[in-house]
Design a protein around this ligand. Structure first.
Ligand SMILES: Cc1ncc(COP(=O)(O)O)c(C=O)c1O
Length: 246
């Protein structure tokens, strides 16, 4: 972030941080999402605060935040809640060509109550992270890189690399093997240039970014959630051992 912010300052650029996975993340004691002009968090079902869909923008400039709020609801000057308050009906005006990007109050009510559990869920994931490290050590895979000093990792995705040692199956075979053993896995992510849209729209070729391509073809996310029990984690670890052997 130091380097990104230096570039932004030099060229007077606005920085919008994608911190979809990073509610808990800090760098030198500063929270992800608060370095730049805006930070965007996701509350989709796979995230650490879940509202079903939706997310949250944080920003440092009150006027820009107000504009984001207006744009998120049809470009209307007052949202529906304020139009129908106890103070009586208030006219609104359409002041911009906006979007329908508002999160429902119902979703917010679900998400709000999870904020109090963010820390205890993170501590549980940290314990699971360590257990995975012990259970998987010695297997032909690459474990997640330890977090750098002065950082707080969100510990959101437990990603390992498979298929780069020559003694294990390739990643996609491993995914199939895990599925056959009844364990769900994920891929975060294939490289951007492998997706047809980017190849067709921008003429990108995955070979232009061989490291991104290699990681996209080798990465696997194993189940991690504060709800995972110790014995479930052991079952995943045993499945990984079997899936690597076939
Ligand atoms: C890094 C990253 N950014 C953004 C998003 C999109 O979040 P949302 O689905 O809330 O738009 C995701 C979703 O997984 C993500 O992983």
């Amino acid at each position: 972030m130091d380097r990104i912010m230096a570039i932004a300052r030099k060229h007077q650029l606005m920085v919008i941080e994608d911190c979809a996975h990073a509610v808990e993340t800090e760098y030198r004691g500063i929270k992800a999402g608060t370095f730049g002009d805006f930070g965007c968090f996701s509350f989709y079902v796979t995230k650490n605060v879940v509202a079903g869909e939706g997310g949250m923008i944080v920003g440092r400039d009150a006027e820009l935040v107000a504009r984001a709020r207006t744009l998120a609801l049809h470009g209307m000057s007052k949202d529906a809640w304020h139009r129908f308050s106890d103070k009586g009906y208030k006219h609104y005006q359409v002041v911009e060509c906006g979007f329908k990007y508002n999160m429902m109050d119902l979703q917010a009510a679900i998400g709000l109550h999870q904020l109090a559990r963010v820390e205890q869920n993170w501590l549980r994931r940290r314990a699971l992270w360590e257990m995975y490290g012990q259970a998987l050590s010695g297997l032909p895979l690459v474990l997640p890189t330890p977090p750098e000093p002065q950082t707080r990792h969100a510990l959101h995705l437990y990603t390992v690399r498979i298929g780069n040692t020559g003694t294990s199956p390739d990643r996609d075979t491993f995914l199939d093997n895990m599925n056959a053993l009844g364990i769900g896995t994920g891929v975060h992510y294939q490289s951007v240039a492998e997706h047809p849209y980017y190849r067709e729209r921008f003429g990108w070729d995955p070979d232009q970014w061989p490291n991104a391509r290699a990681i996209g073809q080798q990465t696997v996310s194993l189940p991690i959630s504060s709800r995972l029990t110790d014995s479930e984690l052991q079952r995943v670890a045993e499945a990984v051992t079997q899936a690597l052997a076939c």
